[in-house]
Design a protein around this ligand. Sequence first.
Ligand code: HEC
Length: 500
Amino acid sequence: MKYLFPIFLITFAFFSLGFLPSKLTKSPFNNHFSDTTQTTIVAKNLTVPWEIAWGPDNKIWIAEQEGLISRVDPINGKKDVLLKLTDVWQLRTSGLLGMALHSDMKKFPYIFLNYTIEKDNKKQTRLVRYTWKNDTLIMPKILMEIPAALGHNGSRITVYKGLVYWATGDALSMVDSQNPLTPNGKILRMYVDGTVPKDNPMKGNPVWAWGFRNIQGMAFSSSGQLYTSEHGDTNDDEVNLILKNRNYGWPTVQGFAESDAETIFKKLNNTVDPLLAWTPTIGPAGLDYYSSNKIPELSNSLLLVSLKGKSLRALKLDSEGKSIIEEQVYFENKFGRIRDLCVSPEGDIYLATSNRDWNPVAGFPKLEDDRIIKISGLSKSDPQNLLSSLPPGSKGETLYLQYCASCHKENGMGLNGIFPSLQNSQTVVLNPKELIKKVLMGSKGPALINGVSYDAAMPAFGFMKDEDLLDVLTYIRSIGSSHATPIEPKMIKQVRASIQ
Ligand code: HEC
């Protein structure tokens, strides 16, 4: 689905299910809200905690992207280091990513990690199991090693009923996700020693479901259903309900199957539509299921944190967990980018910020970032509806903030060596046709990260409506120069025709 705004999409999804769109409904639990939000900082000065998990010792286990596994005691904030990996290859969105504790740590004191390494000059993602003994992590056992890249490495791991589920990224391959014989772009399922369970769909193959791009959140509900959150390309971030042996459509189907190509592909391959999709994207990350009654309005919800969206979302499930019937947004812009969360047995929510990662946003990192923030109650005024949280300003500016600012930054200055400044760009002000062409088609150019050159991609925005392109391009020209003229509507049509 490429042409609609999320409001239409969600409205469509909810009307088609017979529900009102979430933006227009009031939570039936409003009377349970307390007067004030209760938030406490329980850890600070972390560096990109990619994953946090509640441990059997009532401490929060933390995996920081550079390779550190530590724990923090949420009562007194004391932090101790359990393991420092020395062979992590960390740049951009590679490094130490997923971490999961076994669901029965008493019998199986295992923790599972996945991180990027460099081996024979190639990037690999390693899935490894450590044993927790005498309060140290020992006896690493490598379960799998699969291709990795600078981005799209996923990943999340979760253990449910003694089985390990591992969501892998497509590692920038455009073919692996649709090939059930390769490990990338999949959800893999295995025993704790890496062997393949007999009831997997394909004999001797860990693949459980496929057709994924870059999963960033994964959680089981208390009734045993598996959900994921996933980064789309320039459009269509998703939350999915994962079914055994099913295809989720990437790269052909993005979001709901709606275009001709998507519907045909869906028919031929029996692909599964997401429960929810977002365009403009929100950069979804950690996902958890809220089963507690401590914050009643959240019960039976998926809790989803987001990077670009800088918020916590509560996605209320129907009684069978098969659709999302309400979407609420909390703490938008308050803590910056949020990468993961965990829920304690008492029902408190812990959020982990990601403001020191490769792509920081205006106003962050704060001095104490990255932080872990405890949420033990929500106030009536916390949830925001998406319509009212649109930033003020012209439509061009709004579109810019939604589609472009995640890379070119709110002020248009970009990120040194990676995303060019649009304020000082000749392409932006001098030659409107070149500008239109670049934004319609996207392009790849070299970017310099830590002195190493990589291909940085400007995504293609051909899916945007002409009137929206007109507004956003006119807006970036106005920040580039006060003399730049507005883009003329017919120019966009001409350029579209010339590149077909
Ligand atoms: C995912 C990150 C990303 C997003 C989102 C993005 N861009 Fe870009 N953009 C880039 C990169 C990387 C380049 C440099 C590509 C190259 O060198 O060819 C670029 C280059 C450009 C350029 C050319 C600048 C120059 O001086 O050559 C323009 C204009 C531009 N982007 C406009 C936009 C607009 C308008 C949007 C939103 C509709 C947008 N970009 C969204 C990453 C992004």
